[in-house]
Design a binder for this molecule. Sequence first.
Ligand code: PFF
Length: 433
Amino acid sequence: MEKDRAQWSSHVSFIIATVGSAVGLGNIWRFPYIMGKNGGAVFLITYLLLIAFICVIPLCCELAIGKLFKTDTVNAFKLINPHFKWFGWLCILTVLLIPCFYFVVGGWILNYIWIFLAHHIPQSFGDYFTSYSAQIFMPCFLTLTFLIMTAIFPYRGVNNGIEKANNIMMPIFALMLIVLAIFAIMQPNAVKGLEFMFKPDFSQFNKSMILTALGQALFTLSIGMGALITYGSYMKKDTNIIKSAYTLIFFDTLIAVLAGVMIFPIVFSFGLEPAAGASLVFISLPEIFSKLPYPSLFGVIFFILLFFAAITSGISIMETSIASFIENFHISRKKSTIIVSIIIAFISIPATLSFGILKDFKILNRTFFDFLDYATSNILLPINTLIICLIAGWCIKSFYKQVTDNIWLQRIFNIVLKFIIPLILIPVLIYGL
Ligand code: PFF
């Protein structure tokens, strides 16, 4: 058991760690291709509105629950009401399923870093990616390697592992992103890419886009699975929740938009398809890097950037279940990290193989990998978020005081949490299902 609960050593470290959790594959791999498939600027506007006015509320809720109860996700809900313990476990189930596809992508990233470093650049990345991801040994080995690399940090503890990893990796990540974005906008047809991102074509708007934007917003902000309850529980008493939430939103959105600015000008300059889907980052972009004067340089920078983004998020994903296992099964941090890693390893292997020998194994018409992505982002996250808001709004007495001292803000929060969020989330969920 963790007797003395750890605390972030400073407010800046807390912000860097939560931004590290939020900024991940969701921003650099998922956001650009989802935006590409959903019409560019209109999607961006829908997404921004959802984030600024809707998602900020559950984000504050999670941080406030963490700050108030100073414990893991399962115990936090148990303390609110013993009947809610099951919901804590539902969050843990969600956060155990996410790495099972997330770390598969982490494994692909490691492979790409290697091929660019070793100058083993294939003729066609399309053929290469299809044949590589269909293999058995190497992708599984690298998924597990990524899992172990991530697990090392929570294994070493909050201050020595998680905080240090974020404090080092996030600034390097930001620097690399800025360099690549500047390079991208210097490309000949960059304006077209920027137009695609920022000039809305409202005929592209449709209802299913709202669910997709909501799923993406929740996923990218790490809402709806207790990650922010866990990180919030290491927060200092005097931390301002609303300010922290908007700081997190600001950086997460800035980085997602910068990722778009890095990717779309390149895509348009080289005449590629913006709606290429999940393969955008693993086929289209490397194809372009391989045609540049220093292919390995750009390739290596890009995939290391992606690696840092993925690992800092992966750490928070693992920490959420590790913290809950420690508190609920009364085991040490090290044991808990090992158990969580074994569970993730078992589920992520079939997900890795779903591009090859298991590609015909389908759940709800989706491969296992796609099913995990869909079930967590589009179903579990919105459901969990709704329940978190309802519990926070209706069942925690002093809840609003935790969020802010301002009476008017408390009132607005109260109405939005109790009525507006359910009114928005329930129809969106029903429509989505
Ligand atoms: N927010 C991360 C991303 O955008 O890649 C993903 C994530 C992190 C999901 C932490 C869940 C989590 F607990």
